[in-house]
Design a protein. Structure first.
Length: 512
C-alpha cells in the first residue's frame, strides 16, 4: 500500500491513531455480551468461554512489550499497518470458526495483530506531541475516544448478536480495518528511534511464558480443582518465570523495559494505578453482561442496553476529571477514582441480593464514574514518566500492565465465580439432578450462559425448579466476585494515595 503524501499535522495523527486504538477497544468490549450466545452455539462451558477472551488477551499482553520496542526500532507506522493487516485476517478467521478451539486459535492470532496495532498507535501519538501540556490534552482526547467506543460497544454487540449472529461482531472489523489502513498510509508519518533496543527474545519468552502459566493455572483450576498439584505447579512456575523475566531485563545492556524507572515510587504507583484500574473497573465490561444475562435473565440486546449506565458514566467522567486535574494532584485523582470503583463494586454486590436491575444500575453508575476518572489519567501518569525517545517502550509497558491485569483478573474472578457457583448449586439442586448429570458440569454451563443445555436434560417439573434456582445461585456467586473486586479497589486506592505523592527525580522533575 502506498505511503501517500506526507501530512505532519499532529491532530490528524491523533485522530487516526485514536481510531486505530478504538478498533481494539471495540473488539474487546463488543465480544462480552455475545459470550453466552457463543457458548450455546458451540456447546462451550465456562473454561472454554474464558479461553475465548484469554487466548486473545494472552497473546496480546505477552507481545505488547516487544512490539513497543520494535515500533521504536523499525518504525511506528510500518508496525501499525502490519498490525492492522494481521488483525483483519484473524477477524475473518474468528467469524468463520466452527468450534471453540478454532475460535481460540484465531483469537490468539488476532491478539498478535492487536499488540502490534496498539503499541505503535500509542507511540505515534506520543511522538507527535512535544509539549507536556499538548501531550496531556492529546491523552485526554484519546481517553474520550476510548470512552465513546466503550459506551457503544455493548449495545452494538447485543444488536449484532441478536439480529445477524455473533460471527458478525468479528466480521465487522474487516471494512473498518481496511478504511483505517488507508487513513494511516495517508496521514501518519514514519518515526523511529535508531538507538532503540533490538527484540529481546529471552525477555519476551520469560514474560509470555509467565502469563501463559498463570492464566492456564487460573482457568484450568475450574476443571481440575485448586487442590490438584497441576494447578499449584502452573501458578508457581508462572511466578518463577516472572522472576526470570526481571533477571533477564536486569542484565541487558539496553532492555526493552528500563528497570531503572522502578527505583522511583512515583513510577511504581503509576503502573499499579493502571493495574488496579484495569483489574477492578475495566474488566467489569466483560463480567457484568454475564450477570445481566445469567443472573437477571436479560436477552443479548437487553444486556447491551443494560450496560449503558456504566458506559455513559465512564464516557462523561473523563471530562469532569480533566477539569479537576489542574486543581488536584495525581495521587488525589487516582485514589478518588479507585475509591469510587471500590464503592461501586461493593454496592453492586449489595444490589445482587434484591435481584432487581434498577438498584444494580445505580450502583453501576458509581463504578463507571470511577472508571471514567481513571481511564485517561492512568495512561497519562505512565506516559509522562517516560522519555520522549522511548515512547514505544512506554506505550508497551502501559498497555501490557492494562491487559495483563484484565487477563489475570478475568481468570481469577472466573475461578472464584465457578467455585462459588458450584457450592451454591450443590445446595440448591440437592436431590433434583439425575445421576447422569453432575453438579460441576451444570455449574460450568450455567456460568457460561448455557442454561438451556441443563434444562434440556431434565424432566419438566424439575426443569422448572432448576430454571428458578440456577439464576439465584449465579447471583449469589457473583456477589462474592463483586465483593472481591470492590475491596481490592479500595486497598489500591490507599496505596496509590501514598505512592503517587512521591517525587520522580531525574525523569520529569515537574511531576514532583
Amino acid at each position: 500500500m502506498s505511503a501517500g503524501p506526507s501530512v505532519t499535522h499532529p491532530r490528524q495523527t491523533l485522530l487516526v491513531a485514536s481510531a486505530a486504538c478504538s478498533l481494539i477497544i471495540l473488539d474487546t468490549n463488543i465480544v462480552a455480551v455475545s459470550l453466552p450466545a457463543i457458548a450455546r452455539d458451540l456447546g462451550a462451558g465456562l473454561a472454554d468461554i474464558e479461553w475465548v477472551v484469554s487466548a486473545y488477551m494472552l497473546s496480546f499482553a505477552s507481545l505488547l512489550l516487544p512490539t513497543g520496542s520494535l515500533a521504536d526500532r523499525f518504525g511506528r507506522k510500518r508496525l501499525l499497518l502490519g498490525g492492522l493487516a494481521l488483525f483483519i485476517l484473524a477477524s475473518l478467521g474468528c467469524g468463520l470458526a466452527s468450534s471453540s478451539l478454532m475460535l481460540d486459535a484465531a483469537r490468539a492470532v488476532k491478539g498478535v495483530g492487536a499488540a502490534m496495532l496498539l503499541t505503535s498507535a500509542l507511540a505515534c501519538i506520543g511522538h507527535a506531541f512535544h509539549d507536556d501540556q499538548q501531550r496531556a490534552k492529546a491523552w485526554a482526547f484519546w481517553g474520550a475516544c476510548m470512552g465513546v467506543v466503550i459506551t457503544l460497544a455493548p449495545v452494538v454487540g447485543g444488536v449484532i448478536t441478536a439480529t445477524v449472529g455473533w460471527r458478525w461482531i468479528f466480521l465487522l472489523n474487516l471494512p473498518i480495518g481496511v478504511a483505517l489502513m488507508w487513513a494511516v498510509s495517508r496521514v501518519i508519518d514514519e518515526s523511529a528511534d535508531s538507538h532503540a533496543a533490538l527484540l529481546d527474545p529471552w525477555g519476551s519468552l520469560t514474560f509470555s511464558t509467565s502469563l501463559v502459566l498463570l492464566v492456564w493455572g487460573l482457568i484450568e483450576a475450574n476443571r481440575i480443582g485448586w487442590e490438584n498439584p497441576l494447578t499449584l505447579l502452573r501458578l508457581a512456575a508462572g511466578a518463577a518465570m516472572l522472576g526470570g523475566f526481571v533477571w533477564v531485563e536486569k542484565v541487558q545492556r539496553r532492555p526493552m523495559v528500563d528497570l531503572q524507572l522502578f527505583r522511583h515510587p512515583r513510577f511504581i504507583g503509576a503502573l499499579l494505578g493502571m493495574f488496579a484500574y484495569a483489574g477492578t473497573a475495566q474488566v467489569m465490561m466483560t463480567l457484568l453482561p454475564f450477570y445481566l444475562q445469567n443472573g437477571l435473565g436479560f436477552s443479548t440486546i437487553a444486556s447491551g442496553l443494560g450496560m449503558l449506565p456504566f458506559a455513559l458514566a465512564m464516557l462523561v467522567c473523563p471530562r469532569i476529571g480533566a477539569r479537576l486535574a489542574p486543581h488536584y494532584s495525581p495521587a488525589t485523582m487516582m485514589a478518588s477514582g479507585l475509591g469510587l470503583v471500590g464503592a461501586g463494586n461493593l454496592l453492586c454486590a449489595w444490589a445482587t441480593a434484591s435481584g432487581r436491575y434498577e438498584t444494580f444500575a445505580l450502583a453501576m453508575v458509581l463504578t463507571g464514574a470511577g472508571a471514567g476518572l481513571l481511564n485517561g489519567d492512568s495512561q497519562k501518569n505512565i506516559m509522562m514518566c517516560i522519555p520522549r525517545h522511548r515512547v514505544g517502550m512506554g506505550s508497551g509497558m502501559s498497555t501490557t500492565m492494562r491487559f495483563s491485569s484484565i487477563l489475570l483478573a478475568f481468570g481469577a474472578y472466573g475461578a472464584l465465580l465457578s467455585g462459588q457457583l458450584h457450592q451454591a448449586l450443590t445446595v440448591a439442586l440437592q436431590g433434583l439432578l439425575p445421576p447422569s448429570m453432575q453438579v460441576g458440569e451444570v455449574a460450568t454451563r450455567v456460568a457460561a450462559g448455557d442454561l438451556p443445555w441443563v434444562l434440556a436434560g431434565l424432566p419438566a417439573p424439575v426443569s422448572t425448579q432448576v430454571a428458578e434456582l440456577a439464576p439465584q445461585a449465579f447471583r449469589c456467586a457473583f456477589h462474592t466476585v463483586l465483593m472481591a473486586a470492590g475491596l481490592t479497589a479500595l486497598l489500591f486506592s490507599i496505596l496509590l494515595g501514598i505512592l503517587l505523592r512521591q517525587p520522580l527525580p531525574g525523569v520529569r522533575p515537574q511531576l514532583a
